[in-house]
Write a protein that binds this ligand. Sequence first.
Ligand code: HEM
Ligand code: FES
Length: 358
Amino acid sequence: MTVSYTWVQWNKHKKIYDLIMLALSLIFVATFILTSTLVYKDDEAISAMILAIRAFGILAIILLHIILCIGPLTRITPLMSPILYNRRHLGVMMFFAALIHAGLALLFYGAFGVRSPFAGLFDGYHAYTSISGFPFEIMGLFALLILFVMASTSHDFWLAFLTPCLWKSLHMLVYLAYAFVLLHVVFGALQSERHPALATALIAGAVTVFALHIVSGLKEFKPSLQAQEADAPWIDIGLVNDFPMDQGRVVCIANQERVAIFRHNDGISALSNVCAHQAGPLGEGRIVNGCVTCPWHGYQYHADNGQSPPPYTERIPTYELRIEGERVLLNPQPNPPGTPVTPAVRSSEPSSDEVGET
Ligand code: HEM
Ligand code: FES
């Protein structure tokens, strides 16, 4: 799907997603500032600028947690796949929230001194050997620099220029950025914060991210399905109703090879799980406008031939399926990319209206 350069790759779904996320983010910032103003009064009153700094910092860290949890969540349950579609736009939004936070913090806290606020970042009033006086802003700066590199290379142009492998490795730095953000808050806000809410939320967030990665990793290593008999290559991959309508399911066959199964209209089809764009997991996607749609960046394929709809030219391998009684059988031998395969149907398949969601 090589297309001409556009600054932001939007389609209708992505625009709606972005608008919803932007509205929720603004509502969060406004609610945070308003509530804190009402709660902390008189002697305890906090300036609106400090509240804005905190609100954007907390918004950025919440978005970062959501971004880190989306991947493993969609591996655990396909119900989460709709939010996977626009993860890169969410990442750029998170970077801007962090940038506003950092910019306001530098300008506000550094504005009263005689030196430039940036100079204080490195050789300010802090002691590198003290926990409470540690220059936590530097940790934030490292995180922000990584987030900047990721946000500015998020466009498909950089994906093609850097090659998917390098691009992916670069974007793995998000975990390093996350570590810096945690240190930034532990050495910064937590040193003066007496209320346990921030510390509790931080620990709960880190535990959630860690646990989800472990659980989804274990799920990836489930044993592969093997052919039933040596001379009968067909593999039993489950009941027809194990495959929800218009949503992908990944089955793992010998050698950890993955096949994406889609039940659409009256038939079931099988495709390679590897998207031709950047090897995204197609089986974690769903059917959008009649086509299998990759959860990562929305590349599309016809379920019955593995070909992208014109004018696109991507092709992926297909597999043969057949249904015996209620059981779905897969021939693990892949067909060459783009090979048409008639979807498997029950011998007396009910019409689409009669087939309920599982
Ligand atoms: C140059 C970069 C950064 C600077 C100079 C900076 C500065 C600060 C300062 C001064 C505070 C204390 C604010 C206060 O309590 O009054 C703070 C807190 C915080 N920062 Fe940063 N920050 C930077 C980057 C980041 C990044 C990249 C993130 C997240 C993605 C982040 C998240 C937070 C959070 C969650 C807090 C705690 C808010 C609270 O007080 O409840 N910061 N930062
Ligand atoms: S990996 Fe990018 S669309 Fe599939």
